[in-house]
Design a protein around this ligand. Structure first.
Ligand code: C2G
Length: 137
């Protein structure tokens, strides 16, 4: 049965290190597409697998994202392969990611809708780190 927006469960995933406007905008837009938003936060161990060195540890990143009004639940993201079970176990209707991931998660269309939202231009955690290190040189 097709769920109306007012009962649609949405999920997205990310590292959300050095939280910035791009992170906020994807979460706000994801929540507008449903009634409940779950966010998978990459653990510190998974970030090493992703080749990312986080500034803030998992617990800090998790607390910041969970404190947002548009976020209803946070879960740990341990590896690349948990999304299908997360979608099934959480009764997810819609999977959302930024457009930098376009096409990478289309296989999830067997389990829920998949939507890539335009990435916010001009901001990224990498840019923040590079700008700060340039200032301190
Ligand atoms: N994002 C965005 N605009 C930016 C920066 C990020 O829309 N300027 C989006 C990304 O597209 C992603 C989310 O914000 O959907 C989180 O971005 P990151 O914290 O960089 O997460 P990432 O490393 O892309 O991890 O299994 C999926 C991975 O965990 C995604």
């Amino acid at each position: 049965m097709l769920k109306l927006k007012d009962r649609k469960k949405v999920i997205t995933y990310g590292t959300f290190d050095l939280f910035h406007l791009g992170h906020l905008r994807i979460l706000e837009r994801a929540k507008l597409l449903g009634s409940h938003l779950t966010v998978g936060i990459s653990t510190d161990e998974f970030n090493i697998l992703k080749g990312k060195q986080c500034y803030y540890p998992f617990e800090h990143r998790k607390r910041i994202v969970r404190a947002l009004g548009c976020v209803d639940e946070v879960i740990p993201e341990y590896d690349w392969n948990q999304k299908v079970s997360d979608i099934i176990n959480n009764d997810i209707d819609l999977f959302v990611m930024g457009s930098d991931w376009k096409g990478k998660f289309d296989h999830l269309m067997d389990y829920c809708s998949v939507l890539y939202l335009e990435r916010t231009k001009g901001v990224s955690t990498t840019m923040i780190k590079e700008d700060l290190s340039a200032i301190n040189r």
